[in-house]
Design a protein around this ligand. Structure first.
Ligand code: 4AD
Ligand code: MG
Length: 477
């Protein structure tokens, strides 16, 4: 007899048929009712054990966390809460779980406790739901791009360049700590290192993706990126996954259209395909909100927020307009911002982004045309000589979810900007080559995948939407 998944059984019409299912015991009540889960769905299947016919030694081993194989008859359930259940005819313990030691008890655990047990937390309803939604979202990402003529490109993880120019990189070296050879000036001599030059884990695949866009037209990356920024926040990870489309012959307006359409499409996909998990996460968030003070509670439930995104247009606002709004805003005048907004040119902090999205516009916002001084070197300079064709997509509860731009395609302007920022032309000779041979208008953006998963699942902390989070002082597992 072939084995079925719990999902198949709960949806099936195999009533009165013999079935086999494997899974882990979530709970065992009254020496009779097993709630069995195998990860195929958030829902458990109830398996009813006839304890008079079952060996007592076996009954004792049916404990929370144990792996079991069950054979039985699928029947309509008399009890509440499920349509079908299994009347067990044979149960085999595949792997015991000591109930006194297993950390995941059938009760509510704190997210902090579960983070310390990240190897087991996916056995809870919350984390299995989050991880299934994460998986569906990544499929939706590929589906969107593949159906829209994009080619998937795997940009390198080890690189010699700092794409964002922020210097927040993890070095990659085979030198032994404290034994690295030094040159005549006392600096580490990377010529003797594995790659013969200084290398690091990539902070973005953009620069390499641009080379592919200038040949394949429409490309995207979807891979791990690394940032050694010491930000202990609910929105930053040291290792996260980024999605970066890059498109030739597309300007900033096209870029905004693409970002908006893409985000709406992947959220619509999970709304359609993750109904049970989202219903669970929606209830979870509602319960969590209940204990918050009234003023901090969200006006919308998770499902309402997701539908709101898919059904409404994002508001497009220039940086200059945004600064005016912020400067004249109540929190700014009442000195409620940690970083007060005084003049044009100020970098926007998450408190400002969230004010614009959550309080002022009350919808996702795309800010564009930022001051050149606060953005990366590769962004296209506007005619005014002081702003660049940058865009950030800002989301409620999250702040920046996308950062992108139209790229500087003019060789002379790019060289000037690099010189001003002290970026060595020799390091990026290949990037400059793109501007020498068939240069063209092109644009792209980066979307932080975990921030998207956070939004889709309503989880407050980014560390709870990636299997094994890496953050300052934390690389367990
Ligand atoms: O705005 P960022 O730094 O943009 C770039 O890296 C560009 N090269 C992208 C491009 O144009 N191809 O990062 C893009 C996005 C952010 O908007 C944010 O969602 C996410 O990546 N991100 C992080 N997510 C989690 N943890 C961090 N430390 C993150 N840093 C950025
Ligand atoms: Mg950014």
């Amino acid at each position: 007899m072939t084995r079925s998944s719990v999902l198949e059984l709960l949806q099936s019409d195999k009533i009165l048929q013999e079935v086999t299912v494997n899974g882990w015991v979530r709970t065992f009540r009254s020496n009779r009712f097993i709630a069995l889960n195998d990860g195929s769905t958030i829902n458990n299947i109830q398996c009813v054990v006839d304890f008079e016919k079952t060996d007592e030694a076996i009954i004792k081993r049916i404990t929370t966390g144990a792996a079991v194989s069950i054979k039985g008859t699928l029947v309509e359930s008399q009890g509440k809460g499920q349509n079908v259940e299994i009347q067990v005819s044979e149960i085999q313990i595949l792997g015991d779980s000591n109930p006194d030691e297993f950390p995941i008890q059938p009760k509510k655990h704190s997210l902090e406790f579960l983070r310390e047990n990240a190897h087991l937390r996916v056995r809870t309803n919350t984390f299995s739901a989050v991880m299934r939604v994460r998986s569906a979202l990544s499929f939706a990402v590929h589906k969107y791009f593949q159906e829209n003529g994009f080619n998937y490109v795997n940009t390198p993880i080890i690189t010699g360049s700092d794409a964002e120019g922020a210097g927040e990189m993890f070095g990659v070296s085979t030198f032994e700590t404290n034994k690295a050879p030094v040159d005549e000036n006392g600096n580490i001599d990377y010529k003797q290192d594995f790659f013969g030059k200084e290398t690091n884990l990539t902070v973005s695949g953009q620069l390499e993706a641009e080379t592919f866009a200038m040949a394949l037209g429409k490309v995207y990356t979807f891979g791990p990126t690394f940032r050694a920024e010491n930000s202990n926040t609910t929105r930053h990870l040291a290792e996260f996954w980024m999605i970066e489309p890059e498109v030739a012959f597309m300007d900033l307006d096209g870029n905004m259209d693409l970002a908006e359409d893409f985000i709406k499409s992947v959220l619509a996909y999970v709304l359609e395909n993750c109904k049970d998990d989202l219903a669970f996460l929606d209830q979870r968030l509602t319960d969590e909100e209940k204990v918050k003070p009234q003023a901090e509670r969200s006006e919308m439930t998770l499902l309402e927020k997701l539908r709101f995104i898919t059904e409404n247009n994002f508001k497009r606002v220039s940086y200059t307009e945004a600064i005016d709004i912020l400067r004249n805003s109540k929190p700014n005048k009442k000195k409620k911002f940690q970083f007060p907004i005084n003049e044009w040119g100020a970098d926007l902090q998450s408190e400002h982004e969230r004010f614009l999205v959550e309080k002022h516009f009350k919808c996702p916002v795309i800010l564009f045309d930022y001051p050149a001084t606060i953005k990366a070197f590769y962004m296209r300079l506007n005619e005014d000589g002081k702003t660049v064709r940058a865009m950030d997509v800002l989301f409620p509860g999250i702040g920046e979810i996308v950062g992108g731009s139209q790229r500087e395609e003019r060789l002379d302007v790019l060289k000037e900007k690099m010189a001003a920022l002290d970026i060595d032309e020799k390091e990026l000779w290949w990037y400059l080559d793109l501007r020498k041979y068939g240069t063209a208008v092109h644009s792209g953006f980066g979307l932080g995948f975990e921030r998207l998963v956070q939004f889709a699942t309503g989880m407050g902390n980014i560390r709870d939407v990636i299997p094994f989070p890496r953050s300052p002082q934390n690389a367990e597992f």
